[in-house]
Design a protein around this ligand. Structure first.
Ligand code: DQA
Length: 144
């Protein structure tokens, strides 16, 4: 299985930004752990991060040509307003799981809406970075 994890803006600052919300683990350490799990599970994994909307859209379109089997995406703040990322996700017939580290529904009201969720297969949120690992397991089952 070919799996792509996309992380949006500011997620490269895990371990630096608002640790009480996002945890103390650094981004690079998290990526390493995800890659280790992928290796154990026989998954061909790429973990991609970018802070800009256009680059994320380009990466989603590239996933179509690469025949990726599943996309796990934490769009960061773009979840709440990027119709362009939503359209890119809707364009590709690939299972998608949206992940949020924090429980966005317990936070500011502007985080309660995701324009991305309606075009995703499923969503995992509020379980910390563990959500990425759960999403990998869920995707593995889903694409079987
Ligand atoms: C986030 C939640 C978003 O509201 C926020 O803008 C982020 C991270 C999360 O993982 O909890 O950057 O997507």
């Amino acid at each position: 299985m070919k799996l792509l994890i996309i992380n949006g803006p500011n997620l490269n600052f895990l371990g630096i930004r608002e640790k009480s919300i996002y945890g103390a683990e650094g981004y690079e350490t998290l990526v390493e752990r995800l890659k280790q799990k992928a290796k154990q599970d026989g998954i061909d994994l790429e973990v991609y991060q970018d802070n800009s909307e256009g680059a994320i859209i380009d990466r989603i379109q590239q996933a179509y040509f690469e025949e990726v089997d599943g996309i796990i995406i934490n769009p960061g703040a773009y979840a709440h307003y990027s119709i362009a990322i939503r359209d890119a996700l809707a364009s590709v017939d690939i299972p998608k799981i949206e992940v949020h580290i924090s429980n966005v529904y317990k936070r500011e009201e502007f985080r309660h809406t995701s324009v991305i969720t309606p075009v995703c297969t499923g969503e995992i949120l509020g379980l910390g970075v563990q959500g990425y690992f759960l999403a990998m397991d869920a995707m593995k089952e889903y694409v079987k």
